[in-house]
Design a protein around this ligand. Structure first.
Ligand code: SAH
Length: 258
């Protein structure tokens, strides 16, 4: 008799073990709102955090260092820099430094992006060429302040990723091409401004040719260490002004991947 009782108890216990996990799943699926709401709340909180970090970046890294152009400041406040870096670097997206973006390349320091954008004196109706798309962040900033942006990247994977990021963020006035930016992009020339974010040892002649009269080119020039040169093309001469010292990745002449 006691054996019978014991085996019935064991059977009940086994049945309980079998159903308990299923019950737990069912219970949680009856209250999905709880999980989804907290998921969205966390996302929203994160979005607000990034927005706050972006405000601080503009205030302390950019405005405090003398950038005054209101349209550049507005663009820097607008573009979600954290969307352009890998998730593992996202918490440092608004810090005062360049960050790795893969393939041995970097996203430029926020101040340098602002500095170059201001130095190029871009009007709302301007057509701009960028050499060195990288992750597409500078292109997005230019997309906020210019009418049309053309950007060239030599590493195909980076060009593709930048295209995806920019289209996900809804930029429709930016076109990215894979190729050697040393040659410029003759098809859409002349450009009101050219911003170069990889450093050649000398200013590429095709870029000077593709610059419009009264246009400005902002370009880091030099081997290991460079200076940003602001070049102005007038009717009959080229004026070059050496400005701040910087360190950019070198401009490559042709892709080792092709
Ligand atoms: N503009 C980027 C910075 C990119 S770093 C930003 O918004 O942060 C410089 C980029 O220039 C790299 O992605 C590198 O692959 C690219 N590059 C180097 N030489 C190039 C060339 N000849 N033509 C086009 N892109 C080039």
């Amino acid at each position: 008799m006691s054996w019978e009782l014991a085996s019935i108890a064991l059977l009940c216990f086994c049945v309980l073990l079998m159903y308990l996990p299923g019950y737990a799943v069912e219970l949680s699926s009856n209250y999905p709102g709880l999980q989804i709401n907290s998921f969205y709340a966390a996302g929203e909180q994160l979005g607000e955090q990034f927005e706050q970090q972006r405000r601080q970046m503009v205030k302390y890294q950019i405005r405090a260092r003398g950038i005054k152009d209101q349209r550049v400041l507005a663009a820097m406040s607008q573009v979600p820099r954290h969307q352009f870096v890998d998730s593992s670097w996202r918490n440092l997206a608004y810090s005062d430094r360049p960050l790795p973006i893969g393939h041995d390349q970097t996203i430029s320091q926020p101040y340098i992006v602002a500095y170059m954008s201001e130095a190029a004196e871009i009007a709302p109706e301007a057509k701009v060429l960028e050499i060195g798309t990288g992750c597409g962040y500078q292109a997005a900033v230019l997309g906020e302040i210019a009418q049309e942006v053309y950007s060239i990247e030599i590493i195909p994977q980076l060009a593709e990723r930048a295209r995806q990021t920019l289209s996900q963020l809804g930029y429709q006035n930016i076109e990215v091409k894979t190729g050697d930016g040393y040659q410029g992009w003759a098809e859409h020339a002349p450009y009101d401004a050219i911003i170069v974010t990889a450093a050649p040892e000398e200013i590429p002649e095709p870029l000077i040719e593709q610059l419009a009269i009264n246009g400005k080119m902002v370009i880091p020039v030099g081997k290991w260490y460079q200076d940003i040169i602001v070049l102005t093309k007038t009717e009959n001469r080229i004026v070059e002004e050496k400005t701040i010292p910087v360190r950019f990745v070198p401009m490559r002449r042709k892709s080792f991947l092709w």
